[in-house]
Design a protein around this ligand. Structure first.
Ligand code: HEM
Length: 309
């Protein structure tokens, strides 16, 4: 039996860093994964640090074909709506997420990982994220209200036991850039129509009052009468002059993530998500987040598996 990477569900951390790496042109994928699986200090439970690792789906499939659901694809095609709005495809090979209670812990761990992986890969993104007013996005709305509880989240985020890739997860990772000035120039009632919830306390709209182009309407997926949710762990990033949302969405299947992006872009019916007039994605990658057991099977040292009494 395998176990999920626990950091997926470790809530309450205020400091984050997201690293994305691309293999060197002559790099070896197996050596890159081995190097990350061999990392010891950032994975130690005494540091109070959570580390989650994701790998480009096609790279993981080439190394562990039976340990990923069939047909999980890379983000290599931009998603372009009928009016030309486009979400870029910037697929990279490896994603590492650190989360802790202080930026110092995240900083030290990031330095160590970058050093260990530099012989194999180029650092493409080094993106510190942080909690804004506990649980709000920089646009001022609570982010995560419709998220499943921690009792339900594993069933939504993790590939079911007994199937290929069990206890792994599919991640959509995007860096969104906000235009806070133009969003902030809207009246609060209009901001609420963009999102589809109230600003102060994240109350839902009555179904008949929910605008069809609101963010909530575009990302609520219904199939055969049931909702298809995802598990989001977004944070804020940036400075007072350049900032946005780090979108971190986990799902047990890729369909719902991709379908949400298509709906936000207006592909199925020409209705584009109102939020995309005030924020736009700069990057987009899918990663497979394997179970700890699968990741560990790539380590070629064994010391950290022996425990002293
Ligand atoms: C700039 C980027 C984004 C921002 C600021 C943002 C913010 C929000 C906010 C404020 C809500 C309402 C409260 C909540 O339930 O969390 C929400 C809901 C949601 N968002 Fe986003 N979001 C962003 C991008 C995305 C993307 C890219 C996806 C999917 C691929 C997504 C999926 C969802 C889902 C599934 C919900 C819940 C809908 C429901 O009520 O069932 N969001 N988001």
């Amino acid at each position: 039996m395998s176990n999920a990477q626990v950091g997926l569900f470790a809530m309450g951390t205020v400091s984050h860093n997201y690293l994305e790496f691309s293999l060197l042109p002559n790099g070896n994928g197996l050596e890159l994964i081995r190097a990350v699986a061999n990392l010891e200090a950032p994975q130690s439970s005494v540091n109070g640090l959570n580390m989650v690792v994701g790998i480009r789906p096609s790279l993981w499939a080439s190394l562990a074909r039976d340990d990923i659901p069939p047909q999980v694809y890379d983000f290599v095609e931009p998603i372009t709506g009928p009016d030309g709005f486009s979400m870029p495809a910037t697929q990279r090979d490896l994603w590492v997420w650190f989360a802790a209670s202080s930026i110092g812990q995240v900083f030290d761990a990031s330095v160590e990982v970058i050093e260990a992986l530099t012989p194999h890969a180029t650092l493409e993104e080094d993106l510190p994220g942080w909690s804004y007013r506990q649980n709000r996005d920089l646009i001022g709305f609570i982010d995560g209200s419709a998220n499943p509880s921690l009792l339900e989240a594993p069933d939504i985020a993790l590939i079911p036991r007994g199937t290929q890739g069990e206890n792994g997860s599919i991640l959509l990772f995007q860096k969104w850039l906000h235009d806070l000035k133009s969003f902030g120039s809207l009246r609060v009632e209009d901001q609420e129509k963009v999102i589809g919830r109230t600003k102060l306390d994240s109350e839902e709209f009555e179904p008949e009052e929910l605008p069809k182009n609101s963010h909530v309407a575009r990302t609520t997926l219904i199939q055969d009468g049931s909702e298809l949710p995802i598990f989001r762990r977004n944070t804020a990033y940036g400075t007072p002059t350049e900032n946005g949302t780090v979108f971190v969405g986990f799902s047990k299947d890729q369909y719902r993530l991709h379908e949400m992006l298509k709906r936000m872009s207006g592909i199925p019916d020409g209705t584009r998500d109102a939020l995309t007039y005030y924020s736009r994605p700069l990057t987009g990658s899918y990663y497979f987040v394997p179970s700890v057991n699968s990741l560990r099977s790539f380590a070629d040292k064994t010391e950290f598996f022996t425990f002293e009494n």
